[in-house]
Design a protein around this ligand. Structure first.
Ligand code: 26Y
Length: 789
């Protein structure tokens, strides 16, 4: 391996060892690893083709993959070999693996889920492609300027992305705009604008390197590199205008995870990657099989939310306009290929496009959508409309064009049936199914938590990594003193490592024996970081009032980005930083309460924070968080959850036992009832002197003396339109936190509860989730059968 690295350094990067930087070493090592992936990857592709396996196509606007190098190393079983080789070359191994940029091609949960699914598909040996966009700039970088969020462009591609293979030969022309002509019965779309989608392939190899799939990301290029005529005239700007326009399409990830409706570029991005993916899989099918009517036997297309929902009309367009099928047959055939995953009930996150915009960008698709609508109404009169109030409703479109629709946790699926798609569910009672989310144990335990991983492997051997339910055997150890001590030791070493990192990055010293209480996720009103912060201020008050009490020391850790246009979320960030500044400077609570908010939360930061957490904050307003997946990562790594009955929290609590979970708050149906009560938030505030005091302090500028009015907007919101019931759940949350304080004082008991969490989380492996999709939705090759052939 050492020689391979030197060879790559020399012949692929053109450097000799004396001149190589950390980045050069990292790239050389990565290229050596990539070589090893290629054999299994190509072999898998060949086997899928020979066996004419059904392939899964996972279409997602987002793949939040993070760094890949450690995954690649451990999947290939090369941990020791890689470290030895790098050290023999006189280089710092940890520095090298930490040099890789974090690929942030996603906003949050939906994108990270797609990445976990790719890992599980490969581990289970299910032939699959992930299809998405190769954004030049991923999610913006966050910094804090005087406590306020500032954004700057992310630049992961400023250096070569070593894992990918550019495929200049894999190109599809994607049209926009123009008009539709008719010749006899046959329609032809004449776009007035074209871009080329070029594929970039990253191999995704599963655990132990037995099977490899492809993540194919599309980049937009101009059809003609530049306009020679304008160039010759000396008009250089005009000469490159079409190139700039084309490249804009894959330039940047939309940083909003709820509302980007009506933005033309976003619609173009959605159509761009969806059309390229559909054309790509159709070409593959026609080459391999040749019978277009056999498509559903070979192709399962999963739509990750409505973002790729244009896949339905696009598939129908190709079947009718290019392959000459009748409209009705085309719709039925397309539906047998398509399935749709819903990730949200928030009304503002359900995509709608103005018909006028649609007609301008995708005129032929709008006609087809009208036909789909007409067919649906003819068969099911009174069915909910796809075209409504001058909008194209993508949720309804995705539902009608899918043979299965799934929610992402039991509670969420139940609410999908009762709320957003109640009427469609009545008409199609077997279409909606549940597939509770999961997380890959490779990254979220084996990779990120070596201390706990080694302890578990000592006990169980290492087959748990691809069969996570084996962790249940650890339950027998809950009263085993020496095992519990080792479990505590693993957590403590993770907390020490995190403390060192926080002290370097935030300049705040932490006590590793304090309770590490962590809330990391996008900043959203419904996720209620604000409630966590109000509780922190209340705790600070009580600590100052009663300094002699035996307080449980706490470290409150926040992490997360706010969408740049989400004003309220940004105010919450500012308030957290303001409170942190005052509390951390207070000698009265020194050693007892600390607040830290490291900037630029991303996958890599999650990998540091999760293994070091004692308490996991999963406190969304019940009925609002579709599932959550961070909740699973924490519990797997031995944190206890403080949470509401929302999303997958419900199932996590069922698995780990209610005695090992801190439950509080209103239930989803109580939330609905409470909202109907006039003046509910003022009533809640009046009933809670503790909350009143906190709100008063913030209002008076106790935490922002330089700008005392800064947080008036937030406080006013809580009084007058507390849509997410922060005020109503506050007392119950505060009391539950104090219960957690008491439990934490008995560290042995806490550790045994934490162990019960780890031991009970096997079901939340994304391997189980993917097996569910394969069984209930894709009818894809039974897991592993592709490997056995
Ligand atoms: C409309 C567009 C701008 C948009 C872009 C991104 C809308 C939504 C999103 C992202 C949504 C998302 O991340 N949802 C999360 O999906 C996770 C995986 O299922 C869930 O665990 C989590 O509860 C849900 O909020």
């Amino acid at each position: 391996m050492k020689n391979d690295i030197l060879k790559r350094l020399r012949y692929s990067l053109g450097k000799d060892a004396g001149a190589a930087s950390v980045q050069d070493w990292r790239m050389a090592l990565s290229l050596v690893l990539r070589d090893q992936l290629v054999d299994v990857w190509l072999d898998s592709a060949r086997r899928a083709e020979v066996n004419a396996s059904k392939r899964v196509y996972y279409l997602s606007m987002e793949f939040l993959i993070g760094r890949l190098i450690e995954d690649m190393i451990s999947n290939l079983g090369l941990d020791a070999a890689a470290r030895d080789a790098v050290e023999a070359l006189g280089q710092d191994y940890d520095m090298i693996v930490h040099d890789e940029p974090d690929a942030a091609l996603g906003n949050g949960g939906l994108g990270r889920l797609a990445a976990c699914f790719m890992d599980s598909l490969a581990t289970l040996g299910i032939p699959a492609f992930g299809y998405g966009i190769r954004y030049e700039h991923g999610l913006f970088e966050q910094s804090f300027v005087d406590g306020a969020q500032a954004e700057s462009p992310e630049t992961w591609l400023s250096q070569r992305h070593v894992w990918e293979f550019e495929r200049p030969e894999v190109q599809h022309r994607i049209g926009f705009g123009g008009h539709v002509s008719r010749d006899g019965g046959r329609a032809t779309w004449h776009p007035d604008n074209m871009v080329v989608a070029t594929g970039y392939d990253t191999p995704v190899v599963g655990w132990q390197g037995e099977w490899g799939n492809t993540l194919r990301l599309w980049s937009a290029k101009p059809v003609n590199p530049f306009d020679l005529e304008s160039f010759n005239r000396g008009d250089y700007l005009a000469a490159s205008r079409s190139e700039a326009l084309a490249r804009t399409i894959s330039r940047v990830l939309y940083p909003d995870d709820t509302t980007e409706n009506g933005k033309e570029l976003r619609l173009k991005q959605e159509y761009f990657f969806t059309a390229a993916s559909i054309m790509d899989l159709m070409c593959r099918h026609m080459e391999e099989d040749g019978d277009i009517r056999a498509l559903p036997e070979h192709v399962a297309i999963q739509l990750n939310d409505t973002h790729p929902a244009i896949a339905g009309p696009e598939l129908v367009r190709l079947l009718v306009d290019d392959h000459g099928l009748a409209m009705a047959e085309a719709i039925t055939l397309a539906r047998r290929c398509l399935a749709y995953t819903n990730h949200t009930l928030l009304p503002e996150a359900l995509e709608r496009w103005p018909e006028g915009l649609f007609a301008r960008v995708l005129p032929r698709h709008l006609e087809i959508i009208r036909e789909i609508e007409a067919a649906q109404q003819a068969e099911f009169p009174g069915s909910p409309h796809i075209l409504e109030h001058g909008d194209v409703c993508m949720g309804e479109l995705a539902f009608v064009m899918a043979h299965k629709v799934n929610g992402v946790s039991a509670l969420h699926t139940d609410l999908v049936k009762k709320t957003v798609f109640a009427e469609l569910h009545r008409i199609h009672p077997t279409r909606i199914v549940n597939q509770t989310n999961g997380i890959t144990p490779r990254r979220w335990l084996h990779g990120c938590n070596p201390a706990l991983r080694d302890l578990i492997t000592q006990q169980l051997g290492d087959t748990w990594v691809s069969d996570l339910e084996q962790l249940a055997a650890l339950k027998a150890k809950r009263s085993d003193t020496s095992f519990i001590q080792a479990f505590q030791q693993a957590k403590r070493s993770n907390k020490v490592a995190l403390s060192n990192w926080i002290s370097e990055t935030c300049g705040v010293a932490l006590d590793p024996d304090a309770m590490f209480d962590v809330q990391i996720k996008r900043i959203h009103e419904y996720k209620r970081q604000l409630m966590n912060l109000l509780e922190t201020v209340a705790l600070w008050n009580e600590m100052r009032d009663d300094p002699d009490r035996d307080w449980t020391p706490r470290v409150k850790i926040f992490g997360g980005k706010a969408a740049p246009g989400y004003v309220l979320a940004k105010q919450i960030i500012h308030l957290i930083n303001d409170v942190a500044r005052v509390v951390n400077a207070d000698p009265a609570t020194k050693g007892r309460l600390r607040i830290v908010f490291p900037p630029n939360y991303n996958v890599t930061m999650a990998e540091r924070l999760i293994p070091a957490a004692d308490l996991s904050e999963q406190i969304s307003t019940a009925g609002k968080e579709a599932s959550g997946t961070g909740n699973m990562k924490f519990a797997l790594n031995g944190a206890l959850t403080i949470g509401t009955l929302d999303g997958a929290n419900v199932e996590i609590r069922d698995h780990v036992g209610s005695e090992n979970f801190f439950l509080f708050g209103l239930t989803a149906s109580e939330v609905v009832d409470r909202r109907h009560q006039h003046g509910f938030s003022r009533a809640a505030i009046e009933a809670s002197p503790r909350l009143q005091r906190v709100l008063g302090q913030i209002f008076e500028g106790r935490f922002s003396p330089e700008d005392p009015h800064r947080h008036h907007g937030l406080i006013g919101m809580l009084y007058d339109h507390d849509h997410f019931l922060v005020t109503c759940d506050f007392d119950s949350y505060y009391d539950t936190q104090r219960r957690a304080d008491v439990v934490f004082q008995n560290s042995r008991n806490w550790a045994s509860m934490a162990l019960m969490n780890t031991a009970s989380m096997g079901w939340f492996s994304s391997d189980r989730t993917i097996q569910g999709y394969a069984r209930d939705i894709w009818q894809a090759d039974a897991p592993r059968s592709a490997l056995e052939r």
